[in-house]
Design a protein around this ligand. Structure first.
Ligand code: GDP
Length: 480
């Protein structure tokens, strides 16, 4: 139903007279009780620098649920390239193998393009495309699985023949098994004098990965990632395994898929690598990713070339999102930008509610009183950093701080600049926002002021910790 000037003013934390004055300048006479047209609401929001969303009731706003409920029309399915992840213990040769594959299998029509690290790349084998996820360590894989994202069709586990099965090899086996993904074992470094492929087979068999030669169903390929020996056979094997899966997707649907990597770029804003898993993604499409949304302004492939569309199994780097999403977040395309915006904001509200319930909200006054009474106390903190590493390091160190039974509760720790949702969360849970290596805009500072949220900015981790520690000691005198 239509909104009145007074209601809008309240929602915007503004005085009604300011809105009445602005409308008057546009030639509209109004009072507090005048109902406003959508256009006027939009104009007012733009004038005061506030993001407004018209409430649209959407029955199913849970993207993951929607995706699960898609019933594919068999006749529209087309073969798609397999998506392969290389895993294994550190130093066993994952990077070398990825490099060797990349160097020797550049896609013909893109020859000469410089490969960019975007977290995934495609190569051409016998005229067929294969997508490799190129995410160092297993964290990305774990994060994706934790969010229920299934992106990999095949896992290649690299085991160095001179070292054998190690802890991260076991971890890789566990991940692949849990995900129900077929495994191909690359027994690497066979060029080395101390190489003992039989030992690798024995140790893998002990983990339940039985070699085909011994009557099992896993293919073990002996390779040297360094000299390239056996690598082609490994790739052929991998294609055979892929063929057995009959991988298909509908390229004509609205695109959906998973975030492989995301970061905040100082110049370009949020940048994300998306793996398209269904449908075709186009420049200009409106997407929702987690609580972030936007219209795709530009897409580039792994060769750093601009592309206008991305088909199933293709990784692309995109810009145009409102916030930095997380690896493993699912994205979905909408035909309508407004709808994308609405869905994202509804998800945001839900998330804030969830986080608010999870955190024990307490005003600083309450805290001061509790300290007097000698109860356990907490400082809620929201961390925003330029890179994942810093966000994680700050979170871990802050949570370790404990001063006279006062402890720190990090309620959100993400990559990106401070957004309105961060301020709302902080406001709702009396949290302090710590920004690391980022600069909030004037609008955000203003918003924080309005909401009485304190923003502390730092470039050095221990300085941030020192400051917080002294705040914990002196928290009886709250300062805004
Ligand atoms: P990652 O940690 O699994 O990514 O391992 P890397 O690819 O960085 O390899 C670790 C070290 O092993 C590097 O010094 C590589 O040059 C070396 N290496 C990798 N594959 C081979 C191989 O097939 N033969 C030999 N001799 N060395 C290898």
């Amino acid at each position: 139903q239509p909104i009145t000037v007074g209601q809008l003013a309240k929602l915007m934390h503004r005085n009604s007279s300011e809105i009445i004055k602005f409308l008057f300048m546009l030639g509209n006479m109004s009072t507090i009780n005048t109902t406003m047209s959508d256009d006027d609401v939009e104009l007012v929001c733009a004038q005061f620098g506030v993001e407004c969303h018209k409430e649209v009731v959407i029955e199913e706003d849970d993207i993951e649920d929607q995706l699960k409920n898609i019933e594919e029309d068999e006749s529209k399915l087309q073969p798609r390239p397999p998506v392969v992840t290389i895993m294994g213990h550190v130093d066993h040769g994952k990077t070398t193998l990825l490099d060797t594959i990349r160097k020797t299998n550049v896609i013909e029509d893109e020859f000469g393009g410089i490969t960019q690290h975007i977290g995934a790349y495609q190569v051409s084998l016998h005229g067929r495309k294969v997508t490799f996820l190129d995410t160092p360590g297993h964290e990305a894989f774990t994060a994706m699985r934790a969010r229920g994202a299934q992106v990999t069709d095949i896992v290649i586990i690299v085991v160095a023949a001179d070292d054998g099965v190690m802890p991260q090899t076991k971890e890789a086996v566990d991940h692949a098994k849990a995900a129900g993904v077929p495994i191909v074992v690359a027994v690497n470094k066979i060029d080395k004098p101390g190489a003992n492929p039989d030992r690798v087979m024995n140790e893998m068999a002990e983990l339940g990965i039985m070699p085909e030669e011994w009557g099992g169903d896993t293919i073990f390929q002996r390779i040297s990632a360094k000299t390239g020996e056996g690598v082609n056979d490994l790739l052929e094997t991998m294609l055979l395994v892929a063929d057995m899966q009959e991988l298909k997707a509908n390229p004509d649907a609205l695109a959906s898929g998973t975030v492989i990597e995301a970061k905040l770029d100082k110049g370009r804003g949020p940048v994300a690598t998306l793996l398209v898993q269904r449908g075709t993604l186009h420049t200009g499409d409106s997407v929702v990713v987690g609580t972030s949304y936007g219209r795709i302004r530009r897409m580039t492939n792994d060769k750093h070339k601009e592309v206008k569309k991305a088909t199933p199994s293709m990784p692309v780097e995109i810009i145009g999102l409102s916030e930095v999403p997380r690896a493993g977040d699912v994205f979905m395309t909408y035909t309508d930008y407004k709808k994308a915006q609405t869905i994202a904001s509804q998800r945001l509200e839900k998330q804030i509610l969830k986080e608010r319930n999870a955190s024990s909200a307490m005003s600083l006054e309450d805290l001061a009183r509790k300290i007097d009474e000698g109860d356990v106390k907490e400082i809620n903190v929201v961390i925003k950093a330029d890179v994942q590493g810093s966000a994680e390091a700050l979170k871990a160190s802050m949570e370790k701080l404990e001063v006279e039974n006062v402890r720190v509760n990090v309620i959100r720790s993400t990559v990106g600049t401070i957004s309105e949702s961060d301020i709302m969360l902080a406001s709702a849970s009396d949290a302090i926002i710590y920004g690391f290596n980022i600069r909030p805009s004037a609008a955000i500072r203003k918003k924080a002021e309005e909401e009485h949220v304190e923003i502390r900015l730092h470039n050095i981790i221990y300085k941030a910790l020192e400051e917080l520690e002294s705040a914990m000691k002196g928290m009886l005198a709250p300062v805004y």
